[in-house]
Design a protein around this ligand. Structure first.
Ligand SMILES: C[C@@](CO)(OP(=O)(O)O)[C@H](O)COP(=O)(O)OP(=O)(O)OC[C@H]1O[C@@H](n2ccc(N)nc2=O)[C@H](O)[C@@H]1O
Ligand SMILES: Nc1ncnc2c1ncn2[C@@H]1O[C@H](COP(=O)(O)OP(=O)(O)O)[C@@H](O)[C@H]1O
Length: 277
């Protein structure tokens, strides 16, 4: 019997520029996306009818019915399976947990049954195409235009979520401007990690201000991250509330995560590598 496992890595928007809005209300994005070496885990086994079990430390509140993106992905690819989802990522957190689960399910079911992943996965969510691509990418359009990026260095990061779930549509609705500048085209090259960090600091997450207006604790998360030794940049990912801090070494990232976990027992804190090979 073929059992296939797949990692559903956390998605991090290192930049997230909102550059316009379509007539249907969806926003045009311009985002540099990378993935963490930390995430959920999907295991699929052949079965005559699809069944989903959700376990893991972050399983509470995750839908187990047809609303789960794992089941939507299984229906889209048309493969039945016994699917186990182990949740380690907080939901509704701006790190694409559900989208990454959907992409991992498509990959795992494709391998298990020997069927191709459907070309059009955007119907599962705007973040699913980039999660399916899986590596550092330039994401544009509403999320369907994904260009893999070489030359993005691996980074040491700490991810922090203060435990507030954020509804993505509400954050987009809070934008005061929707025609903000895009990243430069072509993107610059970054010979050293320090060049990349310096450039990142000049970019933005346009959803950060409306997210802070809705959930002021996000500003506290950013300030707390910036206050830890070695933190070079702190920014929110996606529509929040998860923020990332970038560090100059694995040791400093790990020390910061240890200190934050101790000082803020209610916060979800993880030291991880982004865009590691
Ligand atoms: C904002 C981003 C940035 O990567 O990340 P998250 O905060 O979800 O992690 C994504 O675009 C989210 O992707 P995803 O969560 O898959 O979005 P969807 O389910 O397709 O859409 C949820 C809602 O977000 C808004 N939305 C989403 C994408 C987009 N380009 N414009 C939008 O306005 C719409 O209100 C939509 O109804
Ligand atoms: N597999 C899943 N994991 C987490 N949330 C899911 C999943 N499937 C559906 N959802 C729903 O999707 C919503 C958005 O969750 P998620 O994809 O984790 O957040 P975000 O879009 O902020 O990155 C959640 O509120 C939850 O109800």
């Amino acid at each position: 019997m073929t059992v296939v496992e797949a990692r559903a890595s956390a998605k991090i928007n290192l930049t997230l520029h909102v550059t316009g809005r379509r007539d249907d209300g969806y926003h045009l994005l311009d985002s540099l996306v990378v993935f963490a070496d930390f995430g959920d885990r999907i295991t699929v086994r052949p079965a005559t009818a699809t069944r989903l079990t959700v376990t893991g430390p972050m399983a509470a509140g995750v839908p187990v019915d047809a609303g789960n993106l794992v089941l939507k992905a299984a229906a889209l690819i048309g493969v039945s399976a016994d699917i186990m989802l182990e949740k380690y990522l907080p939901a509704a957190a701006g790190i694409g947990g559900g989208s990454s689960d959907a992409a991992a399910t498509l990959r795992a079911l494709s391998e298990m049954a020997g069927v191709a992943v459907p070309c059009d996965v955007l119907s599962l969510g705007a973040d699913v195409p980039v999660c399916l691509a899986g590596g550092a990418a330039w994401m544009r359009g509403i999320g369907e235009d994904v260009t893999p990026l070489a030359g993005v260095p691996p980074l040491y990061a700490v991810l922090v979520n203060p435990g507030v779930a954020v509804a993505t549509p509400e954050i987009f609705a809070g934008l005061t401007t929707r025609d903000n500048p895009a990243m430069p085209e072509p993107l610059p090259t970054w010979p050293e990690t320090s060049d990349f960090m310096a450039w990142l600091a000049t970019q933005r997450n346009d959803l950060q201000a409306p997210a802070i207006a809705k959930e002021p604790i996000i500003a506290e998360v950013l300030a707390t991250l910036l206050d830890t030794p070695g933190c070079q940049l702190a920014r929110m990912s996606g529509s929040g509330a998860t923020c990332f801090g970038l560090y100059d070494s694995a040791e400093r990232a790990s020390a910061a995560a240890g200190r934050l976990a101790q000082d803020r027992p209610g916060w979800w804190v993880v030291a991880t590598r982004l865009n590691a090979a």
